[in-house]
Design a binder for this molecule. Structure first.
Ligand code: NAD
Ligand code: WQD
Length: 346
């Protein structure tokens, strides 16, 4: 198939583009590179032995989208492009609504006009807010605790309305839990700009000596060791979920929400201990105040994806940590070409 991947130069996008190319699909990417480097896709091409056209363009520019659709005529879209930093979304909500909601609106508009109605959308477990039941199934009540989460909810609603308006739309809302890890080659991985927000990149930067210690946000949660519990999922498994969802949509159509998680929770301290063992080094940490907006526990009920699209995660926590370490130790400053000064702890 001809598949347009928005945000395909980013963390999850590069891993998915690689799988799409390996499976024989034709892929083009639109990415404004606001949170990624061209080098990621260059390495994807190297790993796949095939090329991928990158349009360095913005979803906020309808003319650019129009040009791509008019010249290439994609059959389906996988839509990763978006901003994802929760803290920044609190400080700059309009930027998030503009980019994530208005950007998606532009995309849906051009898709409809060009009769392209197969869409896989990157939603997030953040749409479950502070869920009352664990594990979390897709039919739990949706809510959001921050502007980023609300942008995902708004887009989900928009997709619901669109699907209700015209049964020709085939849409998958994939709700990711906590994506981590990297491709087994260590050539592509997560390359956060500035201070990372997520746990694994922070631990990896401590392990590689760029950061002094991990600040563990809260040691008094009602969990076995007092630290937060999350459903970490290997990015390669997550990417496979997109291919499975796409296959399903092509054959069956319809509007669907599927959790992509392992169904297993791991605590922050378990992850630090696992990293320390695998990297064979001390990972200093200190327990500090809880981070505002964090929930104690979040893990998926992934049975719907297994039952309906035949997808399940294959890789466990050890593999996620080993692949994160392999990527980080091979690329201590990510994709950046030149040596940067060590990042200081704030
Ligand atoms: P990422 O930042 O690495 O990738 C997103 C890509 O989109 C980047 O390359 C960025 O340059 C591009 N982009 C952003 N706005 C754009 C615009 N207006 N026009 C064109 N390109 C634009 O993030 P990721 O971790 O790969 O996440 C991909 C998607 O998955 C996002 O929508 C994110 O909200 C969602 N998601 C991520 C996580 C996670 O923890 N990584 C969890 C749940 C959901
Ligand atoms: C995991 C655990 C922290 C950093 C976020 C978004 C969510 C989704 C995935 C996009 C928590 C603890 C973290 C640190 C720590 N993204 N932690 N010290 O918060 O579960 O989810 O990313 O959709 O929307 O909210 O992930 O990796 O930030 O945190 O102790 O320096 O690690 O408190 O318990 P989170 P995370």
């Amino acid at each position: 198939m001809r598949i347009l991947v928005t945000g395909g130069a980013g963390y999850i996008g590069t891993h998915t583009v690689l799988q799409l190319l390996t499976e024989g699909h034709d892929v083009q990417v639109i990415d404004n590179l606001c949170n990624s480097e061209r080098e990621g896709l260059r390495r994807v091409e190297e790993l796949a032995g095939r090329s991928v056209a990158l349009h360095t363009d913005d979803l906020l520019k309808p003319d650019s989208l129009e040009r791509i659709f008019a010249s290439w005529d994609p059959e389906a879209v996988i839509h990763f492009a978006g901003l994802k930093a929760v803290g920044q979304s609190v400080a700059e909500p309009l930027k998030y609504y503009q980019n994530n909601v208005a950007g998606t609106l532009n995309l849906l508009d051009v898709m409809e006009r060009h009769d392209v109605r197969i869409l896989v959308f990157s939603s997030s477990a953040t749409v479950y807010g502070d869920a009352t039941h664990q594990p979390i199934a897709e039919d739990q009540r949706l809510s959001a605790t921050n502007p980023y989460g609300r942008t995902k909810l708004h887009v989900e609603r928009m997709l619901d309305d669109l699907a209700a308006s015209d049964p020709r739309w085939a849409i998958a809302k994939l709700r990711y839990f906590n994506p981590v890890g990297a491709h087994a080659s260590g050539r592509i991985g997560e390359d956060p700009q500035g201070v990372p927000n997520n746990l694994l990149p922070v631990i990896a930067q401590v392990a590689v000596g760029h950061r002094e210690r991990v600040k563990v946000f809260g040691g008094d949660y009602p969990t076995p060791d007092g630290t937060g519990v999350r459903d970490f999922i290997h990015v390669v498994d997550l990417s496979s979920g997109h291919l499975a969802a796409l296959d399903y949509l092509v054959d069956n159509g319809g509007l669907h929400a599927w959790n992509l998680g392992t169904g297993q929770g791991s605590s922050v301290l378990e992850v630090i201990e696992s990293f320390s063992r695998i990297a064979d080094r001390d990972i200093p940490y200190e327990i500090v105040e809880r981070r505002t907006g964090d929930v104690a526990v979040s893990y998926a009920d992934p049975t719907a994806a297994r039952r309906e699209i035949g997808w399940k995660s294959e890789r466990g926590l050890e593999q996620m940590v080993a692949d994160t370490w392999n990527w980080q130790s091979q690329n201590p400053i990510g994709y950046k070409p030149e040596q940067c000064p060590a990042i200081e702890d704030e």
